[in-house]
Design a protein around this ligand. Structure first.
Ligand SMILES: [Zn+2]
Length: 309
């Protein structure tokens, strides 16, 4: 896939005005705290293509472990605008990532260096990866994000899944804000659970009504497109010659086991008929998701064989 196809597939919008930044306007906005009067004040998160590619490279370097970083940008009323991301040297595992005091020290040093070259954009969020298990917030993520929102106010949590991005060739990313403690939303994220591995469903289910998703838009302009194309050719040139099926065989294997587990649920006696129908509908959606991903990987494998042989 070349850069132009990626731009089209991910609906990346061209925006030449977005890098306008006024420190006083930003300070006024932060002082007014409009998010305090509405639990879902922020609606959208616009992310530069350079930030997306950097997050993906970082997440891929972490392999099966989660990675974490911070995001710089600004707010434009109800929209977060992310210009750049900074990698953090966090303690990571396959299920969690923690910010250490050493990593925070490195971040402060980095901010000071950036300020000396005129990069004064505030930190407006954090990102971390969920390798192969989709974009949502776990219980730990909700706690982390709540602490950040209490401290900084205008702060967004972004989650990116590098393995699903590689498999589908479409960026798998989510942006979230948590509700204030004790707030009960009218609508929750229960419908988003298709594709969440069965061992994570409990964590998802316990916290899905504690946060909400923001719409995501990826933008590009003449400033960053040259840098991104350079990164793209170097990075995706390597990825393109690799096999999605072979690279992600663990992911496809896990999906298949998971599908089996989800599709062979024994219904207890007295299980409500409409509940059973709902479960069956979800099982069909899970199976469809898996077959679309697998068919995509097989198709890409066939195209590569024709191209490279
Ligand atoms: Zn997480």
């Amino acid at each position: 896939m070349d850069y132009q196809q990626f731009v089209e597939k991910n609906n990346i919008l061209q925006d030449e005005q977005i890098y306008h930044f006024n420190q006083d306007e930003q300070n006024d906005f932060i002082d007014q705290k409009p998010w305090d009067s509405s639990p879902n004040y922020f609606k959208k998160c616009k992310i530069s293509i350079a930030s997306v590619i950097k997050m993906l490279i970082h997440a891929c370097l972490g392999k099966n472990n989660e990675v974490m970083g911070l995001m710089q940008g600004r707010c434009d009323k109800e929209t977060f605008i992310i210009y750049d991301v900074i990698y953090l040297n966090a303690e990571a595992s396959e299920v969690n990532v923690t910010l250490t005091p050493e990593a925070m020290g490195e971040y402060v040093q980095m901010i000071e260096m950036l300020e000396t070259v005129g990069r004064v954009h505030p930190t407006v969020g954090w990102y971390h990866s969920h390798p192969s298990y989709g974009c949502w917030l776990s219980g730990t993520d909700v706690q982390n994000q709540r602490i950040q929102q209490m401290g900084y106010g205008a702060f967004v949590a972004v989650v990116i899944d590098p393995i699903r991005t590689m498999t589908n060739q479409k960026v798998d990313i989510g942006a979230f804000r948590v509700y204030p403690d004790g707030y009960r939303p009218f609508k929750n994220n229960q419908n988003d659970k298709i594709g969440i591995p069965s061992q994570k469903i409990k964590d998802f289910g316990a916290y899905h009504d504690k946060y909400y998703s923001l719409d995501i838009e990826i933008f590009s302009n003449s400033i960053d497109s040259k840098i991104v194309q350079g990164l793209w050719e170097r990075y995706w040139g390597v990825r393109l010659s690799q096999s999605i099926l072979q690279d992600n065989q663990l992911y496809f294997g896990q999906c298949l086991c998971d599908l089996k587990e989800k599709c062979f649920i024994k219904y207890d006696q007295g299980y409500l008929v409409d509940e059973q129908e709902k479960k069956e509908k979800q099982q069909i959606q899970e199976a469809q998701k898996f077959s679309v991903e697998l068919a995509g990987a097989l198709l890409s494998e066939t195209v590569k064989q024709i191209l490279f042989q």
